[in-house]
Ligand binder design. Structure first.
Ligand SMILES: Nc1ncnc2c1ncn2[C@@H]1O[C@H](COP(=O)(O)OP(=O)(O)O)[C@@H](O)[C@H]1O
Ligand SMILES: C=C(OP(=O)(O)O)C(=O)O
Ligand SMILES: [Ca+2]
Ligand SMILES: [Mn+2]
Length: 656
C-alpha cells in the first residue's frame, strides 16, 4: 500500500495531503475559505433576510393612521396579536400563544416575536392546549409553501414543469348541500331563503359549535398558515380577507387566487374584514344540529367568518368568498357576477357567464385579448373589476395546441389539483381522470401573458351567456333581446353528462339562477334587475353560446369544436356578427345568424345537424319543457321598477 504522506501525526489518523498554492496546481483550492465556523453557521448564511419593507408614505396609510406611527417591531407584534385574536376559542379565551415561523427551524428566524396572552384572568380553567404554542406561517412565499407541502403533506410533488401537484382528499369538488348560512334577525330579512335558494339555514349557536371545533383543531397543530389578502381590484371596494388553514396547499391556493398584497400593504393590513377557518382535514360532528354529513361549510355574515370542516377541496374557499361578495356588493349598488371577462385592444369588454365547465376560463383566456379575470367580477359605476388575483382552470384533456396560455401557466407556483403524473418524469397526463374528472390548476393571473393589470376595465360591450347543452338542440350562437337575456340569466341553464362511466347516459339539465345559484345570497331577481339596468345604461348586447353538443345529444352527436366556438366569439368581439342576417328558431325563438366567418354555416342551425329529425323535435320540446318548469318559481316575481318587464321576460322563454 502506498504511503499517503510523511507527516503522520503519531497514528492519530490519515496523513494530510499537502497542497501549495504557488505550485500552480490546485486552482480550485485558491478561493477564500467560507467564513462560517460551523455547519449551522454555514446554513444560516444560505438565506438572506428579506429587506424590511419600503418606508411608508402618508398617502398609503389612509385609514390606518395609527399604524403609521408604530415601529416595525410594534407592527409585527400587533399583527401577531390580531392573529392570536382570530384563533381565540373557549379553551383559550384570548387566543393561543403565537410565534412567527416554522417550529422545525428553531433559532433560525431573527424575528421570533411571540405573543403571550396569559396575563388575563381566565374565567374557565386552563387546559393543556392553552399552554402550547401555535406557530404561525404568515403569508409565506410560493417557494416556502412548496417546501412545507413536500415535507409535510402526502401527495405533494413537483411536476416536470415546476407546478405543485396536490391531492385534495376525498372531496374533489364543492359540496353545496353541506353549505350553511347563519339565519339571524338581519339575514332572515335580507337573504333569499326557501325553495330554490342555495341558502340552508343554521343558528348562531351551531355555528359557534363548529367554529370552536375548527379553531380547536387548528390550535392543536404545531403550525398553521395565515394568508392576509384582498378581494376586488376596484380600490374603492376592496375587501380584506384572512385565511387560516392547516395545509400549505390551501395557503398556496389562496395566495394564487386572492389578490396578493404588496409589502407595504402587508405591513399595514390591520384587521381583516372577513376570516376563513379552514379545518378541512377534520370532520364536523354529525350529532351537531343541522349537520347531515361529516362536511360542513358555514358562513356567519354578522361575525364575518366562514368555517370549513370535512372537505379539503380548495375551491370551497374561493367560492365561499364569492358568496360573501354576492352579499356585500349589492348593498353598494354593485353587481357581483359569476363570469369571466376580457378586453380587446380597443377597450371593448366582454363578460362570459356560465356554470362550471361551460367555458368561462377557456374562452376568456384568449391570445388576442387582455384577460381581466376568469370567474368572479363586479360591475359598478366605475366599470368592471375582477374580485380575484388568479384563475382556476379545469385541466381534464388540456392540450398545448388547444389552450396554449393555460398550458404555459402550469409552471412553478401553480397548484395542480388531483392530476395524475408519471412517477419518474413527473410529466402530467391530462387525459387521466383516475382521481377525478375535475382536475384543476390554480395560478396567479399574471401567469397569463396578456393579463390586464390591474384587473379592471370599462363597461362591457358584450354579454355572452354560455351553456354546455348536452341535449344538442341549442344553436351554437344566437343574439338575445333584453327580455331573452333576463330569461336566460335567471334560468342559468347548462346540461352536462351525469357520469363518466361507459355507455350512454342521459344528459342532466341544470338550472342555476344567475349562472351561479350556489353563490348568490339575495333573490335572483335582485341581480337580474341590476343587470338589466346596467346593460340598458351602457348599451351592451347579449348572446347565447352553446359550447356543448351538436348533431345529436350526448352519446350520439359530438361536442362543438373549441376552434369553432372561438371563431364565434371572435365575431362577437369584432362587432361583425351584429351585421349578419338573422332568422328566428322554433320553440326557443332565438335569433341565429346565417353565417359566421370560419364556421361551417350548416352547423349554425342545430336542426340541420341531426340526422334523426324526429328525435331533434322531441329533444327540443323536452328541453323547452324543462325550461318552462324551472321558470315557474320565478313567474310571480317583479323585476326592476315596471311590471311590463316581468311579463316580457316570461314571454321571452320557449313557446310551444
Ligand atoms: N366548444 C367548447 N367551448 C368551450 N370549452 C370547451 C369546448 N369544447 C371543449 N371544451 C372544454 O370544456 C372545458 C371548459 O372548462 P372551463 O373553461 O374551465 O369552464 P368554467 O371556467 O366555465 O368552469 C375545458 O376543459 C375546455 O377545454
Ligand atoms: C371552482 C369552481 O368554478 P368553475 O367551475 O366555475 O371554474 C366551482 O364551481 O367549484
Ligand atoms: Ca366558477
Ligand atoms: Mn372557471
Amino acid at each position: 500500500m502506498a504511503e499517503l504522506g510523511n507527516d503522520n501525526g503519531g497514528g492519530k489518523g490519515l496523513a494530510r495531503i499537502e497542497t501549495k498554492a504557488e505550485d500552480g496546481i490546485c486552482h480550485d483550492d485558491s478561493a477564500l475559505p467560507v467564513k462560517a465556523q460551523t455547519i449551522d453557521e454555514l446554513h444560516s448564511l444560505q438565506k438572506k433576510r428579506s429587506l424590511p419593507s419600503t418606508p411608508m408614505t402618508e398617502g398609503l396609510l389612509q385609514g390606518n393612521a395609527a399604524f403609521a406611527t408604530l415601529s416595525e417591531e410594534e407592527r409585527h407584534k400587533l399583527r401577531l396579536q390580531s392573529i392570536s385574536a382570530s384563533l381565540a376559542s373557549l379553551t383559550r379565551e384570548t387566543g393561543p400563544k403565537v410565534v412567527k415561523g416554522d417550529p422545525a427551524r428553531k433559532g433560525e428566524s431573527s424575528k421570533t416575536s411571540a405573543v403571550h396572552h396569559h396575563d388575563f384572568t381566565p374565567t374557565i380553567s386552563i387546559s393543556d392546549s392553552a399552554l402550547k404554542f401555535t406557530h404561525i406561517l404568515y403569508n409565506l412565499s410560493p417557494a416556502e409553501l412548496y417546501e412545507q407541502a413536500i415535507k409535510n403533506e402526502k401527495g405533494s410533488f413537483i411536476t416536470s414543469t415546476g407546478a405543485l401537484a396536490t391531492l385534495s382528499g376525498a372531496k374533489t369538488g364543492r359540496s353545496p348541500r353541506d353549505k350553511r348560512i347563519v339565519k339571524d334577525e338581519t339575514t332572515a330579512e335580507e337573504l333569499w331563503w326557501g325553495k330554490g335558494s342555495p341558502n340552508i339555514e343554521m343558528d348562531e349557536h351551531t355555528f359557534m359549535v363548529n367554529r370552536e371545533r375548527a379553531v380547536d383543531y387548528l390550535n392543536s397543530l404545531d403550525k398553521v398558515f395565515v394568508n392576509d389578502q384582498f378581494l376586488n381590484w376596484d380600490p374603492e371596494h376592496r375587501i380584506k380577507v384572512r385565511i387560516v388553514s392547516a395545509r400549505a396547499y390551501h395557503s398556496l391556493f389562496m395566495h394564487n387566487m386572492c389578490i396578493r398584497p404588496t409589502p407595504e400593504e402587508m405591513e399595514n393590513f390591520g384587521t381583516p374584514d372577513f376570516t376563513i377557518y379552514n379545518a378541512g382535514q377534520f370532520p364536523c360532528n354529525r350529532y351537531t344540529h343541522y349537520m347531515t354529513s361529516s362536511t360542513s361549510i358555514d358562513i356567519n355574515l354578522a361575525r364575518k367568518e366562514m368555517v370549513i370542516l370535512g372537505t379539503q377541496y380548495a375551491g370551497e374557499m374561493k367560492k365561499g368568498l364569492f358568496g360573501l361578495m354576492h352579499y356585500l356588493m349589492p348593498k353598494r349598488q354593485i353587481l357581483s357576477l359569476h363570469s369571466g371577462c376580457n378586453m380587446g385592444k380597443d377597450g371593448d369588454v366582454a363578460l362570459f357567464f356560465g356554470l362550471s365547465g361551460t367555458g368561462k376560463t377557456t374562452l376568456s383566456t384568449d391570445r388576442n385579448r387582455l384577460l381581466i379575470g376568469d370567474d368572479e367580477h363586479c360591475w359598478s359605476e366605475n366599470g368592471i373589476s375582477n374580485i380575484e388575483g388568479g384563475c382556476y382552470a379545469k385541466c381534464i384533456d388540456l392540450s398545448m395546441e388547444k389552450e396554449p396560455d393555460i398550458w404555459n401557466a402550469i409552471k412553478f407556483g401553480t397548484v395542480l389539483e388531483n392530476v395524475v403524473f408519471d412517477e419518474h418524469t413527473r410529466e402530467v397526463d391530462y387525459s387521466d381522470n383516475s382521481v377525478t374528472e375535475n382536475t384543476r390548476a390554480a395560478y396567479p393571473i399574471e401567469y397569463i401573458p396578456n393579463a390586464k393589470l390591474p384587473c379592471v376595465g370599462p363597461h362591457p360591450k358584450n354579454v355572452i351567456l354560455l351553456a354546455c347543452d348536452a341535449f344538442g338542440v341549442l344553436p351554437p350562437v344566437s343574439k338575445l333581446t333584453l327580455p331573452q337575456t333576463m330569461y336566460h340569466f335567471i334560468s342559468g341553464y347548462t346540461a352536462l353528462v351525469a357520469g363518466t362511466e361507459e355507455g350512454i347516459k342521459e344528459p342532466q339539465a341544470t338550472f342555476s339562477a344567475c349562472f351561479g345559484a350556489a353563490f348568490i345570497m339575495l333573490h335572483p331577481t335582485r341581480y337580474a334587475a341590476m343587470l338589466v339596468e346596467k346593460m340598458q345604461k351602457y348599451g351592451a348586447t347579449a348572446w347565447l353560446v352553446n359550447t356543448g353538443w351538436s348533431g345529436g345529444r350526448y352519446g350520439i352527436g359530438s361536442r362543438i369544436k373549441l376552434s369553432y366556438t372561438r371563431k364565434i366569439i371572435d365575431a362577437i368581439h369584432s362587432g361583425g356578427l351584429l351585421n349578419a342576417n338573422y332568422q328566428k328558431t322554433q320553440v326557443f325563438g332565438l335569433e341565429i345568424p346565417a353565417e359566421v366567418e370560419g364556421v361551417p354555416s350548416e352547423i349554425l342551425d342545430s336542426a340541420n345537424t341531426w340526422l334523426d329529425k324526429a328525435a331533434y323535435e322531441e329533444t327540443l320540446l323536452k328541453l323547452a319543457g324543462l325550461f318552462k318548469k324551472n321558470f315557474e318559481v320565478f313567474a310571480n316575481y317583479k323585476i326592476g321598477q315596471d311590471d311590463k318587464l316581468a311579463e316580457e321576460i316570461l314571454a321571452a322563454g320557449p313557446n310551444f
